[in-house]
Structure formats: C-alpha cells, structure tokens
Write a protein that binds this ligand. Structure first.
Ligand SMILES: C[S@@+](CC[C@H](N)C(=O)[O-])C[C@H]1O[C@@H](n2cnc3c(N)ncnc32)[C@H](O)[C@@H]1O
Length: 260
C-alpha cells in the first residue's frame, strides 16, 4: 500500500528551537528507556570492523539519540570507535554539550550540519538513527550517493516502521514519556509548562511518531532507493531487520561500506 508522505512538526523551520530541543530530548529518553537500538549493535560493530576509520560521524543527532546508551552498555563500541562526532541541521546544543562533557569519545558540531550537504572535513562512518525517513526518496538516494562518492561507510538504523505493534505502542510510549520527563534532570520550568500544563511536546511527539512510523522505509523501499545509487557495486550492502532479547522493538537497517 502506498502511504502519503505527511509532514513532521519537528522538520518545520518555524518550530521554536526550545520546543525542538524538548522534542529531541524526549526522544532520547524514550530510546534509552526502550533500549530501542539494542538490536543494531552487531551490525554497527560489523561495519566498524570493515572500515579503515575508527571515527563516526552521526548525522541528524537530535538530542544525541541512543549514543549514551550504546557507549555505556558494555557493547564493545569503545573498542572499535575512537571518536563520535554528533551533528544536526538544528543542533540541540545543551544535549550535545552534555554528552561531550560526559565521555571523551564524543564531540559535536555546534553549527548546523545538513545531511544533504556534508562538508569534506567531516569524515567517519556515517550513522543515521531514526532520521532516514525524514528524507524523501530523492534525498535519501543522494545521502547514500554522497557516502559512496566520498567512500565513507554508512549505517541507517530505524526502529520506526509501519508495524501494527509500533502504532499500538504509541499510547504506551506517551505514558512512559510523561513519567520519564518528570524525573529527567534538570527539571526546568519550561519542560513542566510544555509537557504538563500545556502539553505541546507530548502532542508533537504523538503526531511526529505516528507520521514517522508511516513514512519509514520498508526493506523493499530501501532496496529501490539503493538501486538508484551510481557505483553502488563498489560497496558491500546489507538491508535487513534485527532484534534483541532486551527490547520488543525491531530495527530496520541498511549498512554499506567500500569493498575491500
Ligand atoms: C527524529 S530526530 C532523530 C534524532 C536522533 N538521531 C535520535 O535518534 O533521537 C530527526 C533529526 O533529524 C534532524 N534533521 C532533519 N533534517 C535534517 C537535515 N537535512 N540535516 C541534518 N539533520 C536533519 C532533525 O533536526 C532531528 O534532530
């Protein structure tokens, strides 16, 4: 079935940065709570093993996504990765600064980095968590094409998908979010205001997460996108779905790295 590509509020330029940051922070809390990216650790480590670099360039990092959890879980990521640079078109500077201060493996770009136009100086295995669906097919193709042109490995990971369980879990995740936002530090007045008194952030979350599930690419759609990438044969690619006993969430992934 063909789904219309609806918009996400988070993608709108007019969204005040303060609300955008609260949204990406909320997403980080949920991802950590649900161990949403536990399933992709083997795929990520495999790409690092196949890569000549030990650097990671995380695109569309939002509120840092799953990184704190991934690095902190005895996942052996620190054995394969030297540094992780976090970037975003609308950088959540507080979250980026906090993670960079918490662990020497992390650094970040304080200025906007557009995943569709990455500066040559930014190198490393490119990772995109919960963000590939923000790009239409032409843009998604150009993200893969740029990685191939610059001979950079790339990993696309999404727990969002058009799976019934995801839509059913959305109200539950709203409840988790309400509870988690209350204990997350620092508890600011603006978080209390926009999460509880005037619950704009949970409402944006409800809309954006539903749209994210709807517009996330299936494995078949990812294969179609890859078919349009020139010289893709110079890469080893894998598209699949991974699971972990530590979470009920499945992950769809696309990984690619230059052939040895
Ligand atoms: C759903 S959030 C995911 C954030 C994070 N990766 C995570 O897993 O929580 C999507 C992020 O993509 C960013 N984004 C959207 N379009 C972008 C672009 N063209 N270049 C870089 N970042 C972009 C948004 O600002 C937002 O932070």
């Amino acid at each position: 079935m063909k789904w219309p590509r609806l918009f996400e509020i988070e993608d709108q330029r007019w969204l005040p940065q303060m609300l955008r940051n609260q949204m990406t922070d909320a997403l980080r809390y949920l991802i950590m709570e649900m161990k949403a990216y536990d399933p992709i650790i083997p795929e990520f480590l495999w790409v690092m093993q196949q890569s000549k670099t030990r650097k990671v360039l995380d695109l569309c990092s939002g509120g840092t996504g799953p990184w704190e959890y991934l690095v902190g879980q005895g996942s052996h990521i620190e054995e394969s990765v030297e540094c992780i640079t976090l970037t975003d078109l609308y950088p959540n500077k507080n979250a980026l600064k906090a993670i960079a201060e918490s662990h020497p493996i992390f650094n970040y770009e304080a200025e906007p980095v557009n995943a569709l136009n990455i500066d040559e100086k930014l190198t490393g295995v490119r990772t995109l968590f919960s963000s590939f669906h923000h790009f239409d097919k032409a843009q998604a193709t150009s993200i893969l094409q740029d990685a191939v042109n610059k001979q950079m490995p790339i990993c696309v990971f999404e727990f969002t998908a058009r799976r019934a369980v995801n839509f059913l879990a959305t109200p539950v995740s709203m409840l988790v979010l309400f509870a988690r936002l209350l204990v997350a530090k620092p508890l600011t007045f603006s978080r209390l205001l926009f999460s509880y008194l005037i619950p704009i952030v949970p409402l944006i979350y409800l809309w954006d997460s539903t749209v994210s599930h709807l517009r996330s690419y299936s494995q078949e759609e990812l294969r179609d996108i890859l078919d349009n990438v020139h010289h893709s044969e110079s890469y080893d690619w894998e598209i699949g779905e991974s699971t972990s006993p530590r979470t009920t969430l499945k992950n769809t992934y696309l990984i690619g790295y230059p052939k040895n």
